[in-house]
Design a protein around this ligand. Structure first.
Ligand SMILES: [Zn+2]
Ligand SMILES: [Zn+2]
Length: 367
């Protein structure tokens, strides 16, 4: 069942003539047309409703059925809901392409894309950056219309009739961009001197971008209406900023946790020294348990990426005990390392408790 009385929607009585209905519809549809109220959802819905009412009441068969339905509310609903585009098309078919043709030319401006690269801690903890770039902005002289102040508004291109392209003749007929209007479908009669009718000018633009804490790499921030200006009164495009994250030397993000692998000397691992570990929030001191083995994972609670709700993630530190590397040493250096390690090895044979597992294997093999 239609939610509203179609006669009431059009403001006519149930015995209105076809002419009265058409007149009422024209007046209301033009007044509520979405092109006159860009972004106004309520007007759009009224425009749709008016069109729906008219599509039923203008058709004698549908109107008769609707009249019956009005008297018997339980009867089947025969009216088809109409879309906004359908409503636009209906108006175009009734009063010609007043808005229809113009609408095609009112183009939304192009989006501007910008990639902002920040460090891993900046993306994780949030930051602010000023970005600067050169782009097309609305011409200040003509306010982006392309028309000289006080001049005549643009007209539909007579060659392509506003289509922006022209169809050739004969069997080679295909659509070609219209040269007269450069494919825009419109011609400026009084072009603005400053921008030569384009409505836009190259300019340097700067924006302050806030990157919220916990921003995922590759996420997009949209600054609405800050793209290139629209054509022929169309709305501007958007500025779309993609947030990229630079690779960190030590830290790697996995969801809300941070992972890192920290090299530890044999001495520090043996004695259980305090080591310094980089985190998102600066470096922190971590006390190693004495005798820690390579591959042990330590957890630094709350040192991960902040969440919108709840505690932040953690940082996991994998301890990697570094074996001495001899390859790039001079002969003297190498001999020193070998002497020291040789002494150490002798000691482990005297005191098996230093390396119990090595001693156990040695005993096993000696049997
Ligand atoms: Zn201008
Ligand atoms: Zn043209």
């Amino acid at each position: 069942m239609a939610t509203q009385d179609f006669y009431a929607v059009l403001g006519v009585t149930p015995d209105a003539t076809d002419d009265e209905i058409k007149k009422a519809y024209r007046k209301l549809a033009l007044a509520t047309h979405p092109d006159r109220h860009p972004g106004d959802v309520e007007a759009e819905e009224r425009f749709r409703m008016i069109s729906e009412a008219y599509s039923v009441l203008s058709d004698p068969k549908k109107r008769a059925k609707y009249n019956m339905q009005r008297r018997m509310p339980e009867a089947l609903d025969l009216s088809q809901p109409i879309t906004v585009q359908g409503a636009r098309d209906l108006l175009g078919s009734v009063i010609g392409d007043v808005f229809g043709r113009q609408r095609k030319q009112r183009r939304r401006g192009r989006d501007i894309r910008y990639t902002l690269t920040v460090s891993l801690p900046e993306a994780a903890l949030g930051c602010e950056h000023t970005i600067e770039f050169e782009a097309n902005g609305a011409c200040s002289t003509c306010d982006g219309t392309g028309t000289k102040p006080g001049g005549k508004p643009p007209v539909t291109c007579p060659l392509c009739k506003g289509k922006g392209e022209v169809k050739g003749e004969g069997f080679l007929s295909r659509w070609t961009r219209c040269g007269r209007c450069a494919g825009t479908g419109m011609i400026q009669i009084d072009p603005c001197d400053k921008c030569r009718g384009r409505g836009s000018r190259r300019e340097r633009r700067a924006f302050h971008i806030k990157v919220p804490p916990g921003t995922e790499p590759g996420s997009e921030k949209v600054v609405e209406g800050q793209g290139e200006p629209g054509k022929f009164g169309g709305p501007p495009g958007h500025l779309k900023v993609t947030i990229n994250t630079r690779k960190h030397d030590w830290l790697e993000r996995r969801g809300h946790d941070i992972h890192c692998e920290i090299p530890v000397s044999v001495l520090d691992a043996t004695t259980g020294a305090s080591i310094t570990v980089p985190t998102l929030r600066g470096s922190v001191s971590v006390k190693l348990p004495a005798g820690i083995t390579s591959g042990t994972k330590l957890r630094l609670r709350g040192q991960g990426v902040p969440r919108t709700q709840g505690p932040p993630g953690d940082q996991f530190v994998v301890v990697n005990i570094e074996t001495p590397k001899l390859a790039k040493l001079s002969t003297t250096q190498r001999e020193r390392v070998q002497t020291v390690l040789g002494e150490f090895d002798t000691l482990t044979r005297e005191v098996p408790e230093i390396s119990p597992k090595v001693a156990k294997l040695r005993d096993f093999l000696a049997e």
